[in-house]
Design a protein around this ligand. Sequence first.
Ligand code: BEZ
Length: 219
Amino acid sequence: MESENVTNVNSLPRIGDDAPQFEANTTHGSIKLEDYTGNWLVLFSHPADFTPVCTTEFVAFQNIYPQLRKLNTELLGLSVDSLPAHIAWVRNIQEKSGVKIEFPVIADLTRDVAMKYGMIHPNESSTETNRAVFVIDDKQVIRGIIYYPLNVGRNMDEILRLVTALQTADEHKVSLPADWNPGDKVVVPPPATQQLAEERVNDEEVEVTDWYLSKKALK
Ligand code: BEZ
């Protein structure tokens, strides 16, 4: 089958870009992206209401919502379903699982937000948004993007880890190694000169693997 080429990938938002602005109808009324200025935001899309994997994800997103809020981070869902469908679905989730969905969900019937954020991947589905996650910082800059396919639910620990890692990197001017979790050692920026590299290998304050890879514990 020939691929459909309807998305201009050059116009899709990327890490470091200003997040595309929007105003949208949600289960909590009209919301503008700029309303979140000063908060971090996890903006995520799901394929469709009343579908099994999405239902498990909504419960899981709600379960991490209190932890995200402790990180000054809000949650905002999105699909191209209608507002009545969203309302009926979140009510059904509460009835069947006892979990009240407390974050707003955009009813993007016009696909305006989905197209701005590249949430529809037409060769996977031309009618549904995929499982996209955009981490947007308190200055409305896109800091992280995750895409998952329709048939695999996302890992909430990784979303929490990503937000925590980005905020830790900002606060301490460090980087975070593979599989980092809070409490683990962080990566110290590599030295920029030969002289500093010589000093780094003898630095007893940090755990040195080699001049370009050193770690330290955060105090
Ligand atoms: C699901 O949530 O189960 C689902 C939604 C769309 C396509 C495939 C699976």
